[in-house]
Each structure stands twice: as C-alpha cells, then as structure tokens.
Design a protein around this ligand. Structure first.
Ligand SMILES: [Zn+2]
Length: 184
C-alpha cells in the first residue's frame, strides 16, 4: 500500500506528510534501496542488454548502478534528499534542520563523485524529476548515449600525429657548394 503512495510523494515529500508517524514510515521507504526511480533506470538498462551491479558498497557513495564495462556509475538521486536546486522547496517547519541535513547530503554526494572520478569512473547523476513520465524516455535515451560514448572512449586511439613535412626551400637556405671545392 505504501509503495503505491510513493509516486505522488516524490518531488515534495513534506506536503503529503500530514502525520509525523506516517511521515517517518514513508521516509524509510524513500531511503530504501529499491526506490522507484532507480528501478526505472535499471529496468530500462537491463532491457537494453546492459548488465550492472546495484548498490555497490565497495565504491565511494555506494553507487546505485555500476557498469564496469562502461567505466560508469549511476546515482539516481531523490530531488528532496539530495537537494536538487532547480525546484527545491523546504518544509515549513524545522527549516534549519532540513537545510543542514540536505547540505550534508549534498556534500557527501560531491565527495563521493570526486573520489570516483579520481578513480577513473565516469559519474552520471540522474534526478528523479527527470524520470517522470513526460521526460522519462529522453532521460533514459541520454543515459544510454552517455554509456556508449564512455564505452567508445576506452578504444579511442591516441591523437593522430602527422609527420611534419619540411618545405624544400628551408632545406636549401644556403647556396649550394659542390663538395671538395671549398678548401682547395
Ligand atoms: Zn528534481
């Protein structure tokens, strides 16, 4: 039952949370690992033949999806918890508490991303709002495109180096002297 309530709940959990107990029950669901936005991405990738690990704890930030072959990890971020700036709306009460909590989450996300990049991973962040029905297909297609680009990057040959062809007139800068004629 609660799971059914999730989609309506996503972009602004606070508004729907009338009762504190109900709220914390929902909160724990949102933070569980198989939340719906992640499933959307995983199902799509699986259906397209990609294979991955999920919630991979051995990498910084436990990425939601790890595609080793593509050197790519994907985080599917809840807009509220991870502080999606473009439409972040704060709950009416305990504002400083939530602000601080979200700030810390964002900081942690950034640290994980940086560490992963230092390790040579490409990091894709997918916001849950980009997975709502009207934008979903475009977002998924974009993820796939990025993966393919990453895959090809690995086989990119070293930049081509052309031999510099020295123009003839540079070589013949001095007047030509027949050999053996100078110090006779
Ligand atoms: Zn968002």
């Amino acid at each position: 039952m609660l799971r059914r309530a999730l989609p309506y709940f996503f972009c602004n959990p606070m508004k729907k949370a009338a009762h504190p107990n109900k709220y914390s029950a929902r909160m724990s669901l949102i933070r569980s690992t198989d939340t719906k936005p992640e499933l959307i991405v995983r199902r799509y990738l699986y259906g397209r033949g990609y294979r991955y690990r999920k919630n991979y704890k051995r990498l910084p930030g436990s990425p939601d999806i790890v595609l080793r072959k593509y050197r790519t990890v994907i985080f599917v971020h809840g807009c509220f918890w991870h502080g999606h700036e473009t439409h972040l709306s704060m709950p009416k009460s305990n504002v400083s508490f939530w602000k601080e909590k979200i700030r810390r989450n964002k900081e942690r996300d950034e640290r994980a991303k940086k560490r992963l990049q230092d390790m040579g991973w490409n990091v894709i962040t997918v916001w849950e709002c980009s997975l709502t029905a009207p934008r979903r297909q475009a977002t998924l297609a974009e993820i796939e495109l990025t993966l393919n680009k990453m895959f090809l990057e690995q086989f990119k040959p070293a930049p081509l180096r052309y031999d510099v062809v020295t123009p003839q007139n540079d070589v013949a800068a001095e007047p030509e002297q027949p050999y053996g004629t100078q110090c006779d």
